[in-house]
Design a protein around this ligand. Sequence first.
Ligand SMILES: [Mg+2]
Length: 160
Amino acid sequence: MQEIKAIIFDWGGVLADAQTKEIFPYSLDVLEYCKNKGYRLTLASISSDFKERKTQIESSDLRPFFELVRISPISKAQIQDRSIDTKEKIYQEIMSYLNLEPAQVLIIDDRVVRGIKYGNNNGHPTVWVHSGRFSHELPDEDTKEPTYTITSTEELKNLI
Ligand SMILES: [Mg+2]
């Protein structure tokens, strides 16, 4: 992997359970590991429960690890719609802020149709957390193959 300088994390399915909404027990440890390695950490999240998501993130122990957090609302119907570009806008905003090359910014997501598709099509290394609610969604020509596939965010520590 080319030298990574920053990571864009997803929330649901990556740092917190998408269904129970509980933060995974290893999330804090993973962020500490990444921070200690010197990576700049950011968060991109879209949610149909925008207020609840925002409150949870802002009040969580994980919040201080991120130098930028971008959260956007989507409708319930849009959760299943793979063509929405709400998350693309957030990624673009984060990239303008970071001012780095896409190859230096790792995107980690549990959905191939969101972060993995965006990352693969925009020159980013990608890590797919193949687990949970959306694990039935598989890579295709549109999303392309993730750079790495793991089944728990905890495994990120073995990659970087
Ligand atoms: Mg997710």
